[in-house]
Design a binder for this molecule. Structure first.
Ligand code: PAF
Length: 286
């Protein structure tokens, strides 16, 4: 595996592959890699001839008081994991390489109708930071496909919308959420939890599952279901952020005719802000 930290070097390195019409898959990450990230690499290997991963903790997507400085940085072990999983190129630029001006980015990319909802409400500016850095990374790597985990479902929709609207020639693929045996979605931020909190954290997924079951059993009072779940999470020790039943395509409240649903949740536990979701098709409504 080649590790490259300069944009110009990455471009020259990928030039030959592009001349040979090799299919390039890209997996952007912020490092501190877990099995969920490595499954994105597996998917990228299935989709392409050459896999490029990036590790870049993007300051533009962290708000004031958020965990940019404390975000776990585990470069050496990440590099080993990527190498042993079969990744071909690791792009690991510095902040100065990605944002040469002192203002971070002079051009911002935003997807206003999606980026102010849900996580965008509690983390203003977050999705503009994500959309901007992903646009830059896609411009640098110019992959045929890019793979994103569906745990960050809102992020996935923002990126899909942004690439469609800007006519970026890349196919965006969403990969299934990797979970621990308890059901807890794998996340770098799980590292902020104590062993006891990790056990409790699994209840976030359990609440999503019971909400889905209630909908499948014919419950139509969505606000009641959302409130029941929030109260249950608070009883377990979570601090509430949101728990919402939405339409899959635009995260708006579903009407009775919508059956492609996603239940999205974010909640604080100890030092961590955890997010999770389940997507499903509601087959019968009574
Ligand atoms: O999901 C992430 O790890 C980040 O938001 C991403 C897509 C790598 C952009 O910094």
């Amino acid at each position: 595996m080649h590790t490259i930290d300069r944009i110009s070097q990455l471009r020259s390195h990928l030039w030959q592959a592009k001349l040979e019409h090799k299919k390039i898959a890209f997996v952007p990450t912020m490092g501190n890699l877990h099995e969920g990230h490595l499954q994105l690499i597996d998917r990228a290997l299935e989709e392409s001839d050459l896999v490029v991963a990036s590790i870049f903790v993007n300051p533009l997507q962290f708000g004031p008081g958020e965990d940019f400085n404390g975000y776990p940085r585990t470069f050496m072990s990440d590099q080993e994991k990527l190498m042993s999983r079969g990744c071909h190129v690791l792009f690991a630029p510095s902040v100065g390489e990605m944002y040469p001006t002192t203002n971070l980015s002079l051009t911002l990319v935003s997807v206003p109708h999606l980026d102010s909802l849900l996580c965008g409400k509690s983390r203003p500016g977050h999705f503009t930071g994500v959309a901007t850095v992903v646009t830059k990374l896609l411009g640098i790597v110019q992959p045929d496909v890019a793979i994103f985990g569906l745990k960050d479902y809102q992020q996935f929709l923002v990126i899909q919308q942004m690439t469609d609207d800007l006519c970026l020639p890349v196919n965006i693929i969403g990969a299934p959420i990797a979970r621990a045996e308890t059901g807890l979605a794998l996340s770098s931020r799980n590292g902020y939890l104590s062993a006891e909190e990790l056990d409790r954290a699994a209840q976030l997924y359990a609440c999503l599952v019971s909400c889905r079951m209630a909908l499948e059993a014919g419950e139509t009072d969505l606000l009641k279901l959302e409130e029941v779940a929030q109260c249950k999470l608070e009883t377990i020790g979570f601090k509430r952020d949101y728990f919402k039943i939405c339409r899959q395509n635009d995260l708006q409240a579903p009407t009775l005719d919508d059956n492609q649903l996603v239940i999205v949740a974010a909640a604080y536990l100890g030092k961590a802000r955890l997010i999770d979701n389940i997507r499903f098709t509601l087959t019968c409504r009574v």
